[in-house]
Structure formats: structure tokens, C-alpha cells
Design a protein around this ligand. Structure first.
Ligand code: TMP
Length: 209
């Protein structure tokens, strides 16, 4: 069963169901005997979890460039302390958001220069790159509604930005998936969670087993 040492990331807009699908995949891999590490960004280290609160809090006044660098800083810490050692030890690492979130949100959404964002990503990650990226694709008008129900009507600093911002994020995700079709697996996130779980499982076994 040679999935060991694979790095799989989940991407998508607000309310697309990434966390649910990551948990379902992790459970399924564990049942089949794999060693799995589940992570989220920003987060996964004490520094990253502190920054997560700052970055998501609607009261934080953070400039776009500062925001981009904070996401990159969290990633640098997570890659060095957690992801690289886990992959080297043969674990399967699943991460809720990674490099593509910064390209989609800070370049697509905020309008920062994409090449600069990609440089920050390279600085943060070194040679670590996802083997597979599952993109859960959803129209922001549905996604923001779902996220609002989940968060009991208390939107975070990104959810408050509205549909126009999130449409730009989605556009950039589509662009990334087109540019790297071998890495991305795009799924229609309006489908039932059970059907999405099956599609992801099928793709994982097709690629790695
Ligand atoms: P989430 O984990 O609930 O999706 O919250 C993370 C938020 O942070 C989400 O709105 C997307 C945003 N984000 C960025 O803007 N850039 C990034 O690089 C990452 C990792 C997240």
C-alpha cells in the first residue's frame, strides 16, 4: 500500500466542505491501516494557532502585504516543524489549505502580485510540495451561506469581505487548477458529502495504490 509519505492538500472557498472531507478521508485511510497526520492552515503549530486567531478575527487591522507574510510565516513554521518530518517518517499528511490559498486569497482576492506570493510560498516550503490537491469548487453565494450557518452568523475577517472578493478567489483557484491539471483534482462541492467522499477515495486509490 504505497501511499506512505504522500502530501495531500484540500482547497476551496468558504463553506465548501474541506474540513468535512479531510476528516472523512483521514478516517478511511486510518481504517485501511495508514499512518495519517491531519493539519490545518493557518495553524498546526503553537505559533500558527496564535496567528490563526489574529488573522481570522474581524477586529484585526492587517494590511494585505502583512497578511500575506503572516500566512507565509505560519506555513514556514508548519513545514519545518511538522510536515517535512512527518513525510520523511512515511506518514500521509493531509492539510486543510496550503500554498494555493495564499495565491487565491492574497493575489486573486486582495490583488497582490502573484509572483511575489509564489516567492514567499517557495521560501516557506523549500522542496515540500503537495502530491495531490483536492479543490472543492463552490459558488461563493452558496458557500458564504453555508459558512454563516456553521459559524452561527458570526463571520470571520474573510467571510465579511462579500461575494465579489470570493468570486475573485474562486477565479484564481480555477486558473491554478488549469495550470496544474496533474496536481489538482476538482470536485463540484454542491454534490452530497457521501458522493464527494467516494470521488476522493476513488481518486486516491487510482493515483497512489
Ligand atoms: P478556514 O480554515 O476556516 O478556511 O479559515 C482560514 C481563512 O484564512 C479562510 O478565510 C482563508 C484564509 N486564508 C488566506 O486568506 N490565505 C491563506 O494562505 C490561508 C492558509 C488562509
Amino acid at each position: 500500500m504505497p501511499i506512505a509519505g504522500k502530501f495531500i492538500t484540500f482547497e476551496g472557498g468558504e463553506g465548501a466542505g474541506k474540513s468535512t472531507q479531510l476528516t472523512r478521508l483521514a478516517d478511511r485511510l486510518r481504517v485501511s491501516g495508514e499512518a495519517v497526520l491531519s493539519l490545518r492552515e493557518p495553524g498546526g503549530t503553537p505559533f500558527g494557532e496564535k496567528m490563526r486567531d489574529v488573522l481570522k478575527h474581524p477586529g484585526s487591522a492587517i494590511r494585505p502585504a502583512a497578511e500575506a507574510l503572516l500566512f507565509a510565516a505560519c506555513r514556514a513554521q508548519l513545514v519545518a516543524d511538522v510536515i517535512a518530518p512527518a513525510l520523511a517518517a512515511g506518514q500521509i499528511v493531509l492539510c486543510d489549505r496550503f500554498i494555493d490559498s495564499t495565491v487565491a486569497y492574497q493575489s486573486g482576492g486582495r490583488g497582490l502580485d502573484r509572483a511575489l506570493i509564489e516567492s514567499a510560498n517557495r521560501l516557506a516550503c523549500g522542496p515540500v510540495n503537495p502530491d495531490l490537491t483536492v479543490l472543492l469548487d463552490l459558488d461563493p453565494s452558496s458557500g458564504l451561506g453555508r459558512a454563516s450557518v456553521r459559524d452561527h452568523g458570526q463571520p470571520d475577517r474573510f467571510e465579511v469581505l462579500g461575494a465579489d472578493f470570493h468570486r475573485k478567489v474562486r477565479g484564481l483557484y480555477h486558473k491554478l487548477a488549469k495550470e496544474e491539471p496533474a496536481r489538482f483534482f476538482v470536485i463540484d462541492a454542491t454534490r452530497p458529502p457521501e458522493a464527494i467522499e467516494e470521488e476522493i477515495w476513488h481518486e486516491i486509490t487510482r493515483r497512489f495504490r
